[in-house]
Design a protein around this ligand. Structure first.
Ligand SMILES: NC(=O)c1ccc[n+]([C@@H]2O[C@H](COP(=O)([O-])OP(=O)(O)OC[C@H]3O[C@@H](n4cnc5c(N)ncnc54)[C@H](OP(=O)(O)O)[C@@H]3O)[C@@H](O)[C@H]2O)c1
Length: 173
């Protein structure tokens, strides 16, 4: 990628699904700093540690699955049904999806929602001329995080298999 960048064939280098550890390792050897890291990010998986790391190193965070991929059965995919989100949506006269997208935008991230529905596409674009007030924004930090739930599932699973497998997975991430 750096060769393509040097040759002017790429204007910037981006990475995806890089944890703070992987980004840290990359920054030690990279000549060209990645401009962007595309990761799953939404109020149910806020990626606070990664967000802070990227802010301090000047790497933009781009959020995929910003609505929490509603309907995905294997994760905490009920972001749009989170009581805090629906409460804020009702207070502001917005939809839960718009609140979820606005949270990411206010965090300084770009968002990549996907929809095949024209009305929802329009709704998802209508998030740039309003914002969530600070007091309501603070309430979103209380949402239980997907990673926490995922880790609990892995721990339960590993207790049945082997704790070594669990630590191997944690180190690999
Ligand atoms: N880099 C990576 O590793 C990676 C991994 C996963 C995904 N992605 C990318 O991220 C993008 C989005 O990811 P995603 O599809 O997993 O998650 P998402 O955008 O969070 O969720 C998409 C789902 O939300 C529904 N939806 C969209 N707008 C809505 C609204 N306003 N209200 C209610 N439901 C709404 C869609 O249904 P309808 O179509 O019926 O509206 C669809 O089922 C995709 O472009 C994907 O390629 C990247």
């Amino acid at each position: 990628m750096e060769k393509l960048y040097d040759a002017g064939k790429a204007r910037a280098i981006g990475v995806s699904n890089f944890s703070t550890k992987k980004l840290g390792d990359l920054l030690v050897v990279a000549r060209v700093r990645p401009a962007v890291n595309q990761v799953e990010c939404h109020p149910g998986w806020q990626q606070s540690k990664l967000h802070n790391f990227c802010q301090s190193t000047g790497i933009h965070v781009s959020a995929y699955s910003p609505l929490g991929s509603p309907g995905t059965p294997w994760m905490n995919s009920n972001v749009l049904e989170e009581p805090v989100i629906t409460l804020i949506a009702n207070k502001l006269g917005k939809t839960p999806a718009q609140v979820a997208l606005c949270w990411n935008i206010q965090m300084g991230h770009s968002v990549l929602p996907k929809s095949l529905n024209e009305e929802r596409i329009k709704q998802n674009l209508d998030v740039y001329d309003w914002s969530i007030p600070d007091d309501l924004l603070a309430m979103l930090t209380d949402i239980k995080q997907s990673l926490y739930i995922l880790c609990c599932c892995i721990v339960i699973w590993c207790n049945q298999v082997s704790t070594k497998v669990f630590f191997y997975l944690v180190r690999a991430w």
